[in-house]
Design a protein around this ligand. Structure first.
Ligand SMILES: CC(C)(COP(=O)(O)OP(=O)(O)OC[C@H]1O[C@@H](n2cnc3c(N)ncnc32)[C@H](O)[C@@H]1OP(=O)(O)O)[C@@H](O)C(=O)NCCC(=O)NCCS
Length: 338
C-alpha cells in the first residue's frame, strides 16, 4: 500500500462510538403486495429488499436520533452533557423548524451543545460527518455527535409501486473526537453536488416555493417524487467514479480496504459499484434486504452490520460512499479506530 496520509491543519478526527436505531414495526414485501400491484419476486430481483421498518405514529426522526445517540454515548461511557455539538443529517425532519438537532438536544439532555441540521439527501450522514470532522480538526470542539436518520415512510405514497417498495425508516449516530497519537481516523473525502438532478428526485410541497395547501396535497406534492431510472443511471456512474477517484488520489488499492460501506438504495447499484471497483463482494456491506433505503440512515446502519459480521475492525481502512437527492455525492475514506 502506498497510502500517503496528508497532514491536516490542526488535529486529526476519528469516530469513537456508534449507536443505531430502527423502529420495531416492519413492512414486508407481502404487505406491499396487498397495497399495490407488485410482487416479492420483482422487489427482490430488481432492488434486493425484503423488509423495511416503519416509525410509529406520534414519533419523529428526532426520536430515532435520540435513541441512537443514547446508545452511542453509552458505548463510549459518556454523558449527554459531555457533548459540545450535535449535527443531524436528514431530509425528513420532525418539522420545518426548529432543527432536528435542537429537538435531539432537548430529548437527550445535552445541555452544553450547539448544533444544526444538514440536508444532503442520501449523502446526508456523510455531509454531517464531514461538518463534524471539520469542527474537531479545527480544534473548535472535541466531542461532536453526528446523527443520520430518515423517516421516509412518512413521505412515501403507498399507491405508487415504483417508490413505495424502496424506502424505510431508521438511522444511527457516531461520536467524533480527536485522534490519539499514532491514530489516523479521517483521511479524505471527495464530494459533489449537481442541482440539475433536482428534477429527478424531490419533494415539492411544504417548502417556501410550494407551501402546503389543499392543492399541493391533491397533487401529492407531500410525497417523494422519483424518476427511478434517471436516479439509477446517475448513482451507478457517480458511485463508481467517486470511489475510484478517492482511492487513487490517496494511493489506496481496493485490496487495502477492510470494507466498503455504500449507501443502500438498490442492491444492483451496490453490486455494480463493487464490480467496477474490482472489490470482492464479501467485503462490501449490504443490509438493504432488512432495512430498505433509509436515506441518511443507511451508512450508520451498515457500519453496525459490518461490525456484527466481523468486517469492520480497529485499524481497517474503510470507504463510505453515497449518492442522493440533489443530486449529491459523498465519499469518505477513514481508518476505523474503535
Ligand atoms: C426504482 C427502481 C428500482 C426501478 O427499477 P427499474 O428496473 O429501473 O424499473 P423501471 O422504472 O424501468 O420499470 C420497469 C418496469 O417495472 C415496473 N415497476 C416499477 N416498480 C415496480 C414494482 N414495485 N413492482 C412491479 N413492477 C414495478 C414499471 O412500471 C415498469 O413497467 P413497464 O415496463 O410496464 O412500464 C430503480 O430505477 C432504482 O433503483 N432507481 C434508483 C433509486 C434510488 O437510488 N433512489 C434513491 C436515491 S438515493
Amino acid at each position: 500500500m502506498s497510502l500517503t496520509v496528508r497532514p491536516v491543519v490542526g488535529r486529526r478526527a476519528k469516530i469513537t462510538a456508534l449507536g443505531t436505531y430502527v423502529p420495531p414495526d416492519v413492512i414486508t414485501n407481502q404487505d406491499l403486495e396487498k397495497m399495490v400491484d407488485t410482487s416479492d419476486q420483482w422487489i427482490t430481483e430488481r432492488v434486493g429488499i425484503k423488509t423495511r421498518h416503519k416509525l410509529a405514529a406520534g414519533l419523529g426522526v428526532s426520536d430515532m436520533c435520540a435513541e441512537a445517540a443514547k446508545k452511542c454515548l453509552s458505548a463510549r461511557g459518556m454523558k449527554p452533557t459531555d457533548l459540545e455539538a450535535i449535527i443531524v443529517g436528514t431530509v425528513t425532519p420532525d418539522m420545518m423548524f426548529p432543527s432536528t438537532a435542537c429537538l435531539v438536544q432537548n430529548k437527550i439532555g445535552a445541555t452544553n451543545v450547539w448544533g444544526f441540521d444538514v440536508s444532503g439527501g442520501c449523502s446526508g450522514f456523510i455531509y454531517a460527518l464531514l461538518a463534524g470532522i471539520n469542527l474537531v480538526q479545527s480544534g473548535a470542539h472535541s466531542r461532536v455527535l453526528i446523527c443520520g436518520a430518515d423517516a421516509n415512510t412518512r413521505m412515501t405514497d403507498y399507491t405508487d409501486r415504483a417508490t413505495c417498495v424502496l424506502f424505510g425508516d431508521g438511522g444511527g449516530a457516531v461520536l467524533l473526537e480527536p485522534a490519539a497519537d499514532g491514530e489516523i481516523g479521517f483521511i479524505d473525502s471527495l464530494n459533489e453536488i449537481d442541482g440539475s438532478g433536482g428534477v429527478s428526485l424531490n419533494l415539492k410541497g411544504g417548502g417556501s416555493l410550494n407551501p402546503s395547501t389543499h392543492e399541493t396535497v391533491d397533487k401529492k406534492w407531500h410525497y417523494i417524487y422519483q424518476d427511478g431510472p434517471a436516479v439509477y443511471r446517475f448513482a451507478v456512474r457517480k458511485m463508481a467514479e467517486a470511489t475510484q477517484k478517492i482511492l487513487e488520489r490517496n494511493g489506496v488499492a481496493v485490496a487495502d480496504l477492510g470494507c466498503f460501506i455504500p449507501h443502500q438504495a438498490n442492491k444492483r447499484i451496490i453490486e455494480s459499484t463493487a464490480e467496477r471497483l474490482g472489490m470482492s463482494p464479501c467485503r462490501v456491506i449490504v443490509n438493504i434486504e432488512k432495512y430498505g433505503n433509509t436515506s441518511a440512515g443507511t451508512i450508520p446502519l451498515a457500519m453496525e452490520t459490518a461490525i456484527e459480521q466481523g468486517k469492520l475492525k480497529k485499524g481497517d481502512l474503510v470507504l463510505l460512499a453515497a449518492v442522493g437527492a440533489g443530486f449529491t455525492v459523498g465519499t469518505v475514506l477513514l481508518r476505523w479506530e474503535i
